[in-house]
Design a protein around this ligand. Structure first.
Ligand code: DAH
Length: 336
């Protein structure tokens, strides 16, 4: 090949290389201009067959073309790779400066907060948390708790019975958890059982057909009313403030003897002291121990039950119980 021909080969190769718009097009140009069948390769391969005096000049010229073409290929490869990377990045961009989608954070319901606090206090005194069914048998809710047939608490005007199952009802108190736990375990028993209960109460600001109670039960050797009083004092002071006093007033519950109302002191805005009735309690009636298979000669027990919602109302200064159950976020968010 003559010099002008080699110049033309180089010019064509450089044109095709710079005209390539993609790496695939560039590869085609590389094959056409430097591949085994390209004019350049043929020229280089044919050098040996040239007359000796032409070999040096043609070889030099052809090698110069090869270097120029290879340099152009390398440069264009780099350009096209950078372009393709840029395009890919553009396609996949995420604008990290855009504001994210807001993710609302949940929080514990105020009743749950109070329940957990009560559990914590009693667990600190060695109690464990127990649970029982909300659909109960009348034996667990009434009979085993020393509430015989004909007792007014069993009246259908107070209790939700399950249709077609006269012995099944929505528990009206958490006390049946005492029964289930005494049946399945041996003293010493120290348990607390919070949960929902159901009564056909008129709906007004302080009543709802579903509300929450927390039951406590201690069965051990030598327990007396003094232990009950000490426990109640400690419990209400930790929950509502160390300045609280408690007062036990005689009362009646079928499952305790003696039974008391636990009243907790409060000071109103004008500085006057009053008493809030916050729990029912008493020494577990030996009949109940016997119903549950516990040796009533050896063991004594005390029990208490309080309304969780009522305590949450006092705790958070909420005047209407129903607010807790309407699930209006504007109300609930205040306790988040
Ligand atoms: N179960 C009672 C109620 O619903 C509350 C109660 C009173 C529970 C005295 C007790 C107790 O464990 O000893 O009114």
């Amino acid at each position: 090949m003559t010099d002008p021909q080699l110049d033309a080969v180089q010019a064509q190769a450089l044109d095709d290389i710079s005209a390539a718009r993609t790496l695939a097009e560039l590869e085609a140009a590389r094959v056409a201009h430097t591949g085994r069948r390209s004019p350049l390769a043929t020229t280089l391969a044919g050098i040996g067959a040239l007359p000796p005096e032409r070999r040096g000049a043609v070889g030099k010229a052809a090698n110069a073309v090869r270097r120029a073409v290879e340099a152009a290929l390398a440069a264009r490869t780099e350009e096209l790779e950078a372009e393709e990377l840029g395009a890919a990045l553009e396609r996949d961009t995420t604008d990290v400066t855009l504001p994210g989608d807001p993710h609302p954070l949940g929080a514990l319901h105020p009743i749950t907060q109070v329940r957990q606090e009560m559990e914590d206090i009693l667990m600190g005194l060695g109690y464990r948390v127990a649970d029982g069914p909300e659909v109960e048998t009348d034996w667990h809710v009434f009979t085993a708790l020393n509430t015989p047939e004909g007792h007014p608490a069993r009246s259908p005007s107070d209790t939700f019975f399950i249709d077609g199952r006269p012995d099944r009802l929505l528990r009206t108190q958490t006390s049946p958890v005492q029964v289930r736990e005494m049946q399945r375990s041996e003293p010493p028993i120290y348990l607390v059982a919070p949960g929902p209960v159901y009564r056909r109460d008129d709906i007004d600001a302080t009543h709802s057909p579903m509300f929450h109670q927390m039951e406590g039960l201690a069965v051990d050797e030598g327990l007396t009313l003094a232990h009950l009083k000490g426990t109640m004092l400690r419990f209400f002071r930790e929950l509502l403030g160390g300045e609280r006093e408690i007062l036990l007033q005689p009362h009646f519950f079928p499952f305790t003897e003696p039974s008391v109302d636990v009243q907790v002191s409060y000071v109103d805005k004008s500085g006057r002291t009053g008493w809030l009735e916050l729990a029912g309690a008493g020494m577990v009636d030996p009949n109940v121990l016997r119903y549950c298979g516990i040796d009533a000669e050896r063991y004594t027990g005390f029990a208490f039950g309080c309304g969780l919602d009522r305590i949450a109302m006092i705790r958070f200064g909420v005047p209407d119980l129903r607010l807790f159950f309407e699930n209006d976020l504007r109300f609930l968010e205040q306790f988040a």
